[in-house]
Write a protein that binds this ligand. Structure first.
Ligand SMILES: *[C@@H]1O[C@H](CO)[C@@H](O)[C@H](O)[C@H]1NC(C)=O
Ligand SMILES: *[C@@H]1O[C@H](CO)[C@@H](O)[C@H](O)[C@H]1NC(C)=O
Ligand SMILES: *[C@@H]1O[C@H](CO)[C@@H](O)[C@H](O)[C@H]1NC(C)=O
Ligand SMILES: *[C@@H]1O[C@H](CO)[C@@H](O)[C@H](O)[C@H]1NC(C)=O
Length: 506
């Protein structure tokens, strides 16, 4: 090697040395910066199962938006059904109930509702003003129905039609709105129906619309102010985690005056989260969990009635792009903004790959306008192919694919033992993750997982081994992982509880 004998050469050497330090530093920091995160779920996007008490004081809380009701005529003994799933008359001739026999509530207040059928039409009366039909495609031109429950048996109901009369099943193919409803709930009264609630939703739409505009603002602001506080960020930072994934809803981007029934005030808590993240040196993955119209039909996307309507109009996509741009612009100068996840868990049964690809391209550009280096996270579709986002990701830099691994929500886990669950993580999940983690493709992120399973009565030591296996396997995701979630009334779903009680050792 030549001895440096001139200023230029010396400077050159210093430069090379500096480069070495910088690049070496990058490599090191790349490892340190592997995301070990927890989801702040159930905070700015309500999920009733995580904190049921939030719904406790809603009047008639069985009848929230999206409650799926089925009605069996007391006299005929058959279920009401939207013939052909909707678009024509309502009949009373089905011996069992499923999709066509299900009516989804749109709540006006505790007792008055619009009702939506399988093919998305709303109930109303036909032009004669008597026959029950499902033909309105807009709730505004549909009927308002009052559901009256028998005081000593809430599963018996009468339904008051928009013309003030009660519905009655006259024959198997004639349901009309012309009963006085004065049969004293007797079994021979054709206006009495036996009601079953096939499904309910407990998301942000339900809690805010359930309390209504006079009560919801206080309830929601109290929840936001107490569910996650500064001390939680301190706990997260001192527990060996380095990031938070924060689920947010589209309505927060129009705070303080979001469209009804959403209520104002959520944005200041997201602002606080970013300040606390900065103070405790935590990275933030901002995750758009709820998009307008709902991208998966679940309550965690704030679906009103279980239908997936995001992406079915250009307007929902454009609005979502605006929401992404709003959040990115607002936090681009906060050093904690590490990644923006464009949409959580779009559902392949309702969102096509081509619509999603178009949105991902537009959302990516919206992030890049304000945050040239932030990671952009693309969530895989529920029930989609695990590699289907590779083509759209190939045109992007600093891009991440998010997969969610739960040993739940599929029958294959129902009868698995402790050892089989652990083996499934070590073999099947490991293989799945390896198949999508490539050196040239997008980074990979296990953005949701939990140490919960279908096993009942497992010991602490068994939970610890389950956590350990998942930490080890998901630790090979090239971007990192995030536990679902920090707080939850169900202990194993609460990372705070799991850490404090030694069920997870980081
Ligand atoms: C509920 O809404 C219906 C329809 O708008 C209205 O007629 C009724 O008075 C309301 N009931 C209550 C208790 O506010
Ligand atoms: C129910 O009634 C409709 C209308 O009359 C008829 O088209 C349909 O076949 C009937 N379905 C059953 C299961 O009887
Ligand atoms: C409502 O039902 C009654 C029968 O009880 C019927 O005579 C009347 O036409 C209906 N009213 C309207 C406004 O459609
Ligand atoms: C897990 O992977 C193993 C080995 O590849 C395979 O035999 C098994 O069927 C998989 N288990 C499930 C439940 O898919």
């Amino acid at each position: 090697m030549k001895t440096p004998n001139s200023k230029g050469q010396l400077l050159g050497l210093v430069f090379v040395f500096a480069l070495f330090i910088i690049s070496n530093g990058r490599t090191l920091s790349a490892n340190n910066h592997m995301i070990k995160a927890v989801n702040l779920g159930g905070w700015l996007v309500t999920e009733g199962w995580m904190k049921p008490s939030l719904f406790d004081s809603i009047p008639n809380k069985d009848f929230l938006d999206g409650a799926a009701l089925q009605f069996k005529s007391k006299t005929i003994g058959k279920f009401l059904a939207a013939e052909l799933g909707g678009g024509t008359i309502i009949v009373a001739n089905r011996s069992s109930a499923s999709g066509w026999e299900t009516f989804r509530l749109w709540r006006i207040n505790a007792t008055s509702f619009h009702m939506r059928v399988f093919n998305k039409q709303f109930l109303g009366l036909d032009s004669t003003g008597i026959k029950l039909v499902a033909i309105a495609t807009d709730y505004k031109t549909s009927g308002v129905f009052e559901i009256i429950r028998k005081s000593d048996d809430p599963s018996l109901v009468r339904i008051k039609a928009p013309n003030g009369s009660f519905l009655q099943a006259k024959t198997q193919d004639l349901v009309t709105a012309d009963s006085k409803g004065d049969g004293q709930w007797r079994d021979d009264d054709p206006s009495v129906f036996e009601m079953t609630i096939a499904q309910t939703l407990q998301g942000e739409y339900q809690v805010t619309n359930g309390y209504g505009p006079s009560k919801a603002p206080q309830i929601m602001n109290d929840h936001w102010n107490t569910f996650i506080v500064e001390n939680d960020f301190n706990f997260i930072a001192t527990s060996g985690l380095n990031a938070v994934r924060i689920p947010v809803g589209w309505w927060t981007a129009s705070d303080p005056t979001p469209p009804k029934p959403y209520v104002g005030g959520s944005l200041q808590y997201l602002d606080k989260a970013f300040l606390w993240a900065k103070k405790y040196n935590l990275k933030v993955i901002l995750d758009l969990h709820a998009a307008p119209g709902s991208q998966n039909g679940f309550d965690h996307s704030s679906s009103r009635d279980g239908f997936i309507e995001w992406g079915q109009t250009e307007e929902t996509i454009q609005e979502t792009v605006r929401v992404i741009e709003f959040f990115t612009a607002r936090y681009a100068n906060n050093p904690s903004l590490y990644a923006v996840e464009l949409i959580n868990e779009p559902n392949a049964n309702g969102v096509s790959l081509s619509v999603l690809t178009k949105y991902y391209e537009a959302g990516y550009k919206a992030v890049r306008k304000h945050a040239p280096n932030a990671f952009v996270v693309l969530s895989n579709r529920l029930s989609g192919d695990s590699k289907e986002l590779f083509p759209v990701a190939s045109g992007m830099t600093n891009v991440v694919i998010d997969v969610h691994y739960y040993n739940l929500f599929s029958d294959i886990f129902n009868d698995m033992t402790v050892e089989q669950n652990i083996e499934y993580v070590r073999t099947n999940r490991s293989d799945e993750l390896q198949a999508i983690t490539t050196s040239t493709g997008p980074l990979t992120f296990v953005g949701e997982w939990v140490s919960e399973w279908q096993v009942r009565g497992a010991s602490k030591e068994e939970y610890e081994r389950f956590s350990e296996a998942q930490l080890e396997v998901y630790g090979r995701a090239s971007f990192g992982w995030a536990y679902w979630s920090l707080k939850n009334v169900n202990n194993h779903w609460s990372m705070e509880w799991m850490i404090k009680n030694g069920y997870i050792n980081l």
